[in-house]
Write a protein that binds this ligand. Structure first.
Ligand code: LHQ
Length: 261
């Protein structure tokens, strides 16, 4: 008997979609899911036919965080567990040379909330819910939540969401800046694919450098950011994408940034 893969992989029009696939557990994460997801992200980064990566969940959930049925009796400390599974996953997403869209189709709780926040762009279905659920089981927010959330909502709102494990629905998520867009459940998958394809048509090399610059700027001074921009602009300006953009502008036609990959 073959068991269901924990990550489903789809690929269409430059968009690699990775689907967390433990729907009867609301895609709660076990080690196999976390390690496979990280490996699939690395494979997507190395594959030139991939221009955008989408992370989403099968069934009615996005990710309910750590599988609580999978933690007892493990021979690893919490610290070791995070270093081996969740931390490499979040680092891989943030360091990926391609835009990562987290398409939050339902509940995102605990480390699943951190995963939802880790995307470069966050699209939510109307039924999405984000819960910093860790304090319900007397744990500390992990997998990047303590870094992402206060930058989005400020220290005090982040602390309240974490301390009370308040449920943030899609309307509130949009208001708080936890997502860029909300789409109806019924058309969510199509809307996400259409959005991702729009992004896939953009200049991939320039977006890679933009992601690099923004991430570094989050922890640097203005002086450092200005110097980095000057360096990265040279790399962008020397690339064929820049020449194509300028030529297309002069010729009054749309630029063609996808070249037979
Ligand atoms: C689950 C889970 C789940 C297993 C729903 N596990 N089965 C990192 C490293 C090391 C250790 C510890 O933690 C961490 C980071 C973390 O992520 S800690 C946070 C862990 N996650 C949670 O505490 C969330 C627990 N789940 C919930 O609070 C609820 O299930 C939510 C609010 C997510 C959804 O509620 P409902 O929509 O009412 O669904 P449900 O509770 O009925 O769940 C549906 C099924 O999924 C159910 O199974 P059953 O057999 O009864 O149908 C749940 O047991 C199962 N499930 N989350 N994390």
């Amino acid at each position: 008997m073959t068991s269901e893969p924990v990550i489903l992989v789809e690929h269409r029009a430059g968009v690699r979609t990775l689907i967390l696939n433990r729907p009867d557990r609301l895609n709660a994460a076990n080690d196999a899911l976390l390690l496979t997801l990280t490996a699939e992200l690395e494979a997507a980064d190395a594959d030139p036919s991939v221009r955008v990566v989408v992370l989403t969940g099968a069934g009615r959930g996005f990710c309910a965080g750590q599988d609580l049925g999978d933690v007892s009796g493990r021979d690893m400390t919490f610290t070791e567990h995070l270093h081996r599974t969740y931390n490499p996953l979040i680092r891989t997403i943030r360091g990926l040379g391609k835009p990562v869209i987290t398409a939050v189709n339902g509940v995102a709780a605990g480390a699943g909330a951190s995963l939802a926040l880790s995307g470069d762009l966050r699209l939510w279905a109307e039924s999405a819910l984000l819960i910093e659920v860790f304090s319900n089981i007397a744990l500390v927010p992990d997998s990047g939540s303590t870094w992402f959330l206060p930058r989005l909502v400020g220290y005090h709102r982040a602390f309240e969401l974490m301390a009370l494990a308040e449920r943030v629905n899609a309307e509130e998520g949009l208001r708080l800046g936890l997502c860029e867009h909300v789409y109806p459940d019924a058309t969510f998958r199509e809307e996400v694919q259409a959005y991702a394809e729009r992004l896939a048509a953009r200049p991939a090399h320039a977006l890679k450098l933009t992601k690099q610059a923004l991430n570094a700027a989050l922890t640097s001074t203005l002086d450092e950011a200005l110097d980095r921009e000057a360096e990265l602009q040279q790399l962008a300006g020397d690339h064929w994408e820049h020449e194509e953009g300028v030529t297309a502008f002069r010729q009054k036609r749309p630029p063609q940034f996808v070249r037979g990959e």
